[in-house]
Design a protein around this ligand. Structure first.
Ligand SMILES: Cc1cc2nc3c(=O)[nH]c(=O)nc-3n(C[C@H](O)[C@H](O)[C@H](O)COP(=O)(O)O)c2cc1C
Length: 189
C-alpha cells in the first residue's frame, strides 16, 4: 500500500466546533501511511464573479490544496437542514474558473456530527448532490452520521466511546479503499 494524504475541510468556523473535534478524531485514527491535513476555508472571500479576473490568492491556495491531496473528507455540521453557507461558498470557489473544478475526479467523503438524532443526514444529502454535480467520486457506505452526545470527543479529538472509534476506523478504511480503487481506474484510463 502506498502512503497517502487526505485533506479535510471543516464546515464550521466555531472555535468550539464539535465537527472540528470529529476531524481531529479522524486525524488520530488514520491508519499507518495515511496523513490527514486540514484544508482551511475561513480565509476565502464571498464568491463573486467580479473577483475572478484577479482570482484571489486564498482561493488559489484552496484549489492548490485540493489538487495536492489524494482525497478529501468534508466534516460538516447541519444548518437549517442543509450545509453551512461558509462551506457552500468554498465549494463554489472550488468550481471556478469554469472548466477547472477542483473536485472533478477527486475521491471525496462526507461526515458530520450534531446533537440531533439524524446527525447531519439532511445536510449530507444536499452535500452529496453538490459533489455529484462537481463530478467527485463520493463514498456511499458507510454513511457518516455521528450523533454527538456530550463528551463524545475531547478537544484534541480523543474518542471516548469504543463503538464510535471503531466506526471511524472502518469509515477511514472504506474511504482509503475508494481512493485506491479510483487511483487504479485513473491509471488504467
Ligand atoms: C443557524 C443554525 C442552524 C442549525 N440547524 C441545524 C439543523 O438543521 N440540524 C441540526 O442537527 N443541527 C442544527 N444546528 C445545530 C448545530 O448542529 C450545532 O450548533 C452544532 O454544534 C454545530 O456544529 P459545530 O459545533 O461543529 O459548529 C444549527 C445551528 C445553527 C447555528
Amino acid at each position: 500500500m502506498t502512503d497517502r494524504t487526505i485533506g479535510y475541510i471543516v464546515g464550521s468556523l466555531s472555535s468550539t466546533s464539535i465537527n472540528r473535534r470529529l476531524a481531529k478524531a479522524l486525524e488520530r485514527l488514520a491508519p499507518a501511511g495515511t496523513t490527514l491535513v486540514e484544508i482551511p476555508i475561513a480565509g476565502l472571500p464571498f464568491y463573486s464573479m467580479d473577483l475572478e479576473a484577479d482570482f484571489p490568492q486564498a482561493a488559489r491556495d484552496f484549489k492548490d490544496a485540493i489538487a495536492g491531496v489524494d482525497g478529501v473528507i468534508i466534516v460538516t455540521p447541519e444548518y437549517s437542514r442543509s450545509i453551512p453557507g461558509v462551506l457552500k461558498n468554498a465549494l463554489d470557489w472550488s468550481a471556478r474558473p469554469y472548466g477547472q473544478a477542483s473536485f472533478d475526479g477527486k475521491p471525496t467523503a462526507v461526515i458530520g456530527t450534531s446533537g440531533g438524532g439524524i446527525a447531519t443526514a439532511a445536510a449530507q444529502q444536499h452535500l452529496k448532490a453538490i459533489l455529484s454535480h462537481l463530478n467527485a467520486p463520493t463514498l456511499g457506505q458507510p454513511e457518516g452520521y455521528v450523533q454527538s452526545l456530550p463528551g463524545l470527543f475531547t478537544e484534541d479529538g480523543e474518542v471516548t466511546n469504543d463503538e464510535t472509534a471503531a466506526f471511524l476506523v472502518a469509515y477511514l478504511d472504506a474511504f482509503g479503499a475508494l481512493i485506491e480503487r479510483y487511483a487504479r481506474v485513473s491509471v488504467a484510463a
